[in-house]
Design a protein around this ligand. Structure first.
Ligand SMILES: [Zn+2]
Ligand SMILES: [Zn+2]
Length: 721
């Protein structure tokens, strides 16, 4: 019969049936245009038996409007979309939307107009025209981009087009990428690397689902280890997906990739221009994008012939999406490998407990790289007890740490101070009236940024100029900065070691690949003595002259009291410690703490990873926390506090009674106000035997809410705010 069921890309609509017009061919996965009332919406043809809907008599069906000129979404990708929606209790349409993530790509082949110099000159030369002609030598781009390159207005360039100085060129939007060559260059591997590499390459040849945990200490050369299996996939004509946590900081990775394969990989992240986005999407769908390096959203790209998935720094919490569909890319990557029937390599120096547990229970094969590449030694780690070695009044660095930095200065080596707090101070208050500066949209203090002289909210982006006088009592010069951020630590270093050249490395200063590249170049050229940075500098960097790492406040991460606080602290400190002594010179790490006896700090100081993991495992087992039990959060929010509270209470009245499943709440969420929405939270803790998703779905279905209320489900939450 010529009727099909379509998944419509609108979470408010259920599946809809349509008639296939005469002469039109569709199959499951076809991307189609569907009429809906007077509008046209995009849908995906789906297997009707997998997508229950209401039967509409055939005479009432409307015709599909068109089949879009893109390859059909493959069965493995459709299964992944279904699994993700089920597991994370998200609308199928919202997940499917992540697969069709470029509107432009769906329209089919396209060209665009670019401009380049013809070699001619205008009849009338002006200084601006002259400057433009000089700057645009060898360039080709659209008018807006050329204006940016030349530093002149678009009007100037349009004038040059009229005079025949610039000529239009029609360019294919989907021109192919440079080919990566599997045997372009050879990389020297250690024996351990070669063995691991061979294991992965064999799995690529097997072309079957095989999850691996690549557990390698910092500096052991994990990247080179998975380059050979990447090459193997390329030789077989298969595509590769590499997920990285911080796409802005991939400069170093891209450089190594290009040296090995002779061409850059295809990038996928949220700040791609729409033309780059469509080009990448179409190349992935057609199978011509060989290696895609991307942020978590790359997981849902429509690969034509995937052969390998790598998740680098797999423990990173940025793989967890915290809005929309709240999925964990690390876990979804494994499922994609399962549905596609390809190997998946999770690489980390500090694996998540969940991943280690999967390896221990034999689900993942564990591959170890126990030593650093080239014989470099792991750094020596020591703690500084801040209750005994107190920093001077109003300062944050103990004398021993400052002495350590000074020694490095004298030897021409570099130091890194780690504090996971952007800005100058996390809290500003009035000495006169006690007023504390809070975000109007969130339950959060405003953070002072002294470089930009502003107070900013790190949750919603609210910003205000830092006031000269207290906005409450009007008293001038009475505002006090409380606590340190990286900018304040940088000031302290400058004050105590005036000869030091200090660089603050945060997402404020390294906010583009270009800025990140400049930073790396400056450190490599030894134009920087001391880096003060947030978690952004804990990974990926390889600076041979960096021999001292100071952790300014190791207790910071432990204060929140959330489930993963210990693990996160361990990972962050171990990762940042791993930046020290990566070259021929030995590294030293000094950890400032008020609780040197805390198990996570003691394990770090002793370099005893196993001790930390076994203590953490026991703690989680007792608490029924992942991987031994499961958590889920349900957040009810509204711009109106009373409406949110009532909705939460109404839902609470219908709470299911399920054995071995504890439902806490509703209670105001720790962030009771976030981006202008009032939030109430239920927390669910269940044994693994409980069908958690079914419990949640059944519960939520019983209650309808007014349109202003949003219900968000977070399965396996990472953030408990
Ligand atoms: Zn005041
Ligand atoms: Zn805010």
């Amino acid at each position: 019969m010529n009727r099909v069921r379509c998944l419509i890309l609108n979470a408010a609509l259920g599946p809809l049936d349509y008639k296939v017009p005469e002469g039109v061919a569709v199959e499951p996965g076809s991307v189609v245009e569907c009429p809906l009332g007077p509008r046209t919406v995009i849908g995906i043809v789906w297997e009707a038996e997998r997508l229950p809907g209401t039967e509409v008599p055939v005479e009432k069906l409307r015709n599909l409007r068109a089949v879009l000129p893109v390859p059909s979404l493959s069965a493995p990708l459709r299964r992944l979309i279904e699994w993700t929606a089920d597991y994370y209790v998200a609308p199928l349409a919202s997940v499917a939307r992540m697969a069709l993530s470029s509107g432009g790509a769906l329209k089919g082949p396209a060209t665009m107009t670019e401009y380049r110099l013809t070699g001619g000159l205008p009849e009338r030369m002006t200084p601006q025209r002259m400057a433009a002609i000089e700057a645009l030598d060898g360039e080709q781009a659209n008018i807006r981009e050329l204006a940016g390159i030349a530093g002149v207005s678009e009007g100037v360039l349009r004038g040059l087009v009229n005079h025949g100085v610039l000529e239009p060129v029609e360019v294919d939007c989907d021109r192919p990428y440079d080919r990566a060559r599997p045997d372009f260059a050879h990389v020297e591997l250690s024996a351990a690397q070669a063995e691991a590499s061979a294991t992965f390459a064999a799995a690529v040849r097997e072309a079957a689902f095989a999850p691996f945990l690549l557990d390698g200490v910092t500096g052991s050369g994990k990247t080179e280890t998975y380059f050979e299996p990447v090459a193997e996939a390329l030789r077989m004509g298969r595509q590769v997906l590499v997920l990285l946590p911080e796409i802005a900081l991939t400069e170093n990775f891209l450089h190594r990739f290009e040296e090995r394969f002779g061409a850059a990989p295809v990038l996928w992240h949220s700040s791609l221009k729409s033309t780059e986005r469509r080009r990448a999407w179409r190349a992935v769908a057609q199978g011509t994008a060989q290696v895609v390096v991307g942020a978590r959203s790359a997981l849902f790209l429509p690969f034509a012939k995937l052969g390998l998935i790598v998740v680098d720094e797999a423990h990173e919490t940025s793989f967890k999406q915290e809005d929309g569909v709240r999925y964990n890319a690390r876990d979804v990557a494994v499922m994609r490998g399962y549905f596609e029937g390809v190997p998946v390599v999770l690489a980390s120096a500090t694996p998540a407990l969940e991943s280690l547990q999967m390896a221990e229970s034999g689900v993942y094969a564990k591959v170890d790289l126990p030593s650093r590449f080239g014989g470099a030694e792991l750094p020596a780690i020591d703690t500084i007890d801040l209750t005994e070695e107190k920093p001077p009044h109003g300062m944050w660095l103990a004398q021993r740490l400052v002495d350590g930095i000074e020694q490095r200065l004298e030897r021409g080596e570099q130091s890194l101070l780690f504090l996971n707090r952007r800005g100058y101070a996390p809290l500003t208050l009035c000495r006169n009236c006690g007023f504390r500066y809070q975000c109007p949209n969130c339950s959060a203090w405003l953070v002072e940024h002294r470089f930009t002289r502003r107070l900013a909210c790190h949750h919603c982006g609210h910003e205000a100029p830092a006031p000269q006088a207290c906005t409450e009592c009007g008293e001038p010069d009475c505002l006090v900065a409380c606590g340190p951020g990286v900018e304040r630590i940088a000031d302290e270093v400058a004050e105590r070691l005036p000869q030091a050249r200090v660089f603050v490395a945060t997402s404020d200063t390294l906010n583009s690949p270009g800025r990140a590249a400049e930073f790396i170049a400056a450190v490599e050229a030894r134009e920087v003595d001391v880096i003060v940075g947030t978690q952004l500098v804990t990974k990926g960097f390889h600076f041979p002259e960096l021999t001292l790492v100071g952790v300014v406040d190791a207790d910071l991460g432990l204060e929140g009291g959330d489930l993963r606080a210990g693990e996160r602290t361990y990972q962050q400190v171990a990762q940042v410690a791993g930046r020290a002594g990566r070259g021929s010179k030995p590294g030293e790490v000094l950890i400032q703490t008020r609780h040197p006896e805390a198990p996570v700090i003691a394990a770090l100081a002793a370099g005893d990873r196993d001790a930390f993991y076994s203590a953490e495992t026991e703690m989680r087992r007792e608490a029924g926390a992942p991987p031994f039990g499961r958590w889920a959060a349900i957040i009810i929010s509204s711009e109106d506090d009373a409406e949110a509270r009532e909705a939460a209470n109404r839902l609470g009245a219908f709470r299911p009674q399920v054995e071995e499943c504890l439902i806490l709440g509703p209670a105001p969420a720790p962030m009771a106000l976030l981006r202008g929405r009032y939030r109430y939270r239920f927390l669910i803790n269940a044994r693994r035997s409980v069908q958690l998703q079914e419990v949640i779905c059944g519960w939520l279905r019983q209650v309808d809410h007014p349109p202003g209320v949003r219900v968000a489900v977070d399965v396996d939450p990472y953030s408990f705010v």
